[in-house]
Design a protein around this ligand. Structure first.
Ligand code: DX5
Ligand code: ZN
Length: 220
């Protein structure tokens, strides 16, 4: 099995110093920078738009893993791509034609992901798995950091691991929400290779970041 990679969610960073926070978590060993985009409509919170993604781009060379919790999503794909996103992940419920949305992301030359809410079945990705670069299992209902991990996610991770392995392609299997040292281990054992962590990455301020990421990977 691949080493566990961590995508810290900047939702839990200090928004008054966001550029420095992105640089600090990069230096601490982040694999991806996870950016949670919320529209106050698809999910009950408002966060970051393409202007902020563009402003943060010079602060890290790591892939920007942009999680779009917005509906409709298609009108904003180009803006986030141009702002510097490397991976664009969308929810199937965010538009009537998921495959068209994936094609839009690919047409921008970006990697495409699909995110599955707790009540969204894994079968949704079956017809399009060959075109995806990432599948994101939500282990909380999207909208806020700091929620508790829903263990129903583990069965979905196992099911998706088998599906992804069957493709023979490299597809990130990412989990988002309530990741702690304990739930990280459970996700890895279920077959995940990439974990989003907000609260547990940014706990304790910049001095703690490298240790936080090592512990999440199970390294100490
Ligand atoms: C939730 C977001 C998550 C969130 C995770 O809607 O998609 O990325 O920031 O936060 P923690 O790790 O605190 O659960
Ligand atoms: Zn997220």
């Amino acid at each position: 099995q691949q080493a566990l990679r961590i995508a810290p969610s900047i939702l839990s960073a200090d928004f008054a110093r966001l550029g420095e926070e992105v640089r600090a978590i990069d230096t601490a060993g982040a694999d991806y920078i996870h950016v949670d985009v919320m529209d106050g409509h698809f999910v009950p919170n408002l966060t970051i738009g393409p202007m902020v993604v563009k402003a943060l781009r010079p602060w890290s060379a790591k892939p920007f893993d942009v999680h779009l919790m917005i509906a409709p999503v298609d009108p904003y794909v180009a803006a986030f791509a141009e702002a510097g996103a490397d991976i664009l992940t969308v929810h199937p419920e965010a538009g009537p034609h998921l495959h068209r949305t994936i094609q839009l992301i690919k047409a921008q030359g970006k990697k495409a992901g699909v995110s599955l809410n707790p009540a969204t079945p894994v079968e949704v990705v079956d017809p399009i798995l060959d075109e995806l670069d990432l599948v994101l299992v939500m282990s909380v209902n999207p909208g806020f950091g700091g929620q508790s991990f829903l263990s129903s996610a583990l069965r979905k991770i196992e099911a998706l691991r088998a599906r992804i392995d069957a493709t023979g392609r490299t597809i990130d299997l990412e989990v988002d929400g309530g990741i702690t040292v304990e739930t990280a281990r459970a996700c890895r054992d279920a077959g995940a290779d990439l974990l989003v962590a907000g609260t547990s990455s940014f706990a304790g301020g910049p001095e703690a970041y490298a240790g936080n990421l090592r512990r999440l990977r199970g390294e100490d």
